[in-house]
Design a protein. Structure first.
Length: 393
């Protein structure tokens, strides 16, 4: 069984949004269940979420009810999967057919279109037997089914709190997310397991090392990659004025762990096992800042559909995962788990009619809105367009 990290005196003291107390921490204890929410707690969480999502686009959730042991077990399954022979992993590859389910190998995705992205991921959109690697990973399906239930329940409570925050009926968002991970192809909600292998330097070559590393449960993938061979000189934009890019490993600028992007859906719940390069740009800023890690917590960040619904009152949060500058974080690897909460595919995405979201419109703005109302676009159309951009390379 995987164990939580304990304090390590060799870990560098890094300035992060968490260490400088710039992220709101929301306590979800005693919030109740989806069917019987405790209204007083929901109201308090709603107020905190509204402030956090509008001012930061990001918050830290504690006492969320998902045991750390369940997360660690899922990451252990992912480690084992990554060590399987390539021909077995390829059976479960994500296909280019619009379905987001399956294994995503290093380099298969490009979020910012510039750099090779070095991570292993397994997207879970359905829980049927053939879609999950149950044969090579006995017990995986049952464990993931239980874990997705936990994330669905947590998401349902948060959807109710968001509705209260926007002075809408409590079930407003819940009704639009009725088919999360139902297996009926009616919703793009996804549980994504992620593994970012350690990056070390050896004889002037930077490789994803095989075998064990000092951080005992950070296993490395058997399909070792030579990062120098993945670096294309044409991928390095010498005219990049983003000074923060240069703060990472300068000679590794041809690749990253995860390119800059905003999530596509309503919101994302993110669990992580360590500090490993997660950065974001807060609203009204152009500076990349390290997020940090609070053991046992889950992050929530806004997605593009929620931003569209709220007329950008809750702006989508740009974020990325870089190869860290410091040796400690770079050589330890990182696990994370993202629950991408999406509305049902048929949901029409348009600004919500709510007093709390309504700006004072000019006559010209009102005319533009009338024209836009004749153009209907669904959640499915928006997300599929995003997938095409991400997997087009």
């Amino acid at each position: 069984m995987l164990k939580s990290k304990s304090f390590d005196e060799n870990k560098p003291n890094m300035t992060t949004l968490l260490s400088t107390q710039q992220l709101p921490i929301i306590d979800l204890a005693h919030m109740g269940t989806e069917e019987i929410p405790v209204k007083s707690v929901v109201n308090r969480v709603a107020n905190q979420l509204h402030k956090a999502m509008s001012e930061r686009g990001l918050a830290v959730l504690v006492n969320h009810g998902i045991p750390e042991e369940k997360l660690n077990t899922a990451w252990k399954y992912l480690d084992t999967f990554c060590e399987l022979p390539a021909d077995i992993k390829d059976v479960y590859l994500r296909k280019r057919d619009g379905v987001n389910h399956g294994y995503v190998k290093p380099g298969q995705e490009k979020f910012d279109g510039k750099k090779k992205e070095l991570r292993h991921a397994f997207n879970i959109c359905m829980l049927s037997g053939a879609s999950l690697p149950e044969d090579p990973l006995p017990g995986f399906r049952d464990h993931i089914a239980d874990l997705t239930k936990d994330f669905r329940n947590l998401s349902s409570l948060l959807l109710q709190a968001l509705a209260v925050a926007l002075e809408l009926p409590m079930n407003y968002f819940l009704d639009k997310h009725a088919h999360m991970l139902s297996g009926m192809n009616e919703n793009e909600t996804t549980l994504r397991l992620l593994y970012y292998p350690p990056v070390v330097e050896d004889d002037n070559k930077c490789e994803l090392v095989k075998g064990n590393v000092s951080y005992r449960y950070q296993k490395c993938a058997s399909d070792q990659l030579n990062l120098e061979s993945l670096t294309d000189k044409n991928d390095v934009d010498e005219g990049d004025n983003d000074k923060d890019d240069a703060s990472g490993l300068e000679k590794h600028r041809g690749f990253t762990r995860c390119g800059a992007h905003c999530d596509y859906g309503t919101f994302t719940l993110l669990a992580q096992d360590s500090e490993g390069g997660l950065e974001c740009k807060l609203p009204q800023t152009e500076r990349w800042q390290r997020v940090g890690h609070l053991p046992g917590s889950i992050l929530i960040n806004t997605g593009e559909l929620l931003s569209m619904w709220t007329n950008n009152k809750y702006p989508a949060l740009p974020h990325r995962v870089v190869v860290p500058d410091d040796v400690y974080c770079r050589t330890k690897g990182r696990h994370s788990m993202a629950f991408f909460c999406h509305p049902d595919n048929s949901t029409i995405i348009a600004p919500i009619e709510s007093k709390i979201l309504q700006p004072i419109d000019s006559e010209e703005d009102l005319q533009k809105k009338k024209k836009k109302k004749n153009i209907l676009i669904t959640a499915y159309e928006i997300v599929q367009n995003k997938f095409k951009q991400t997997y087009s390379a």
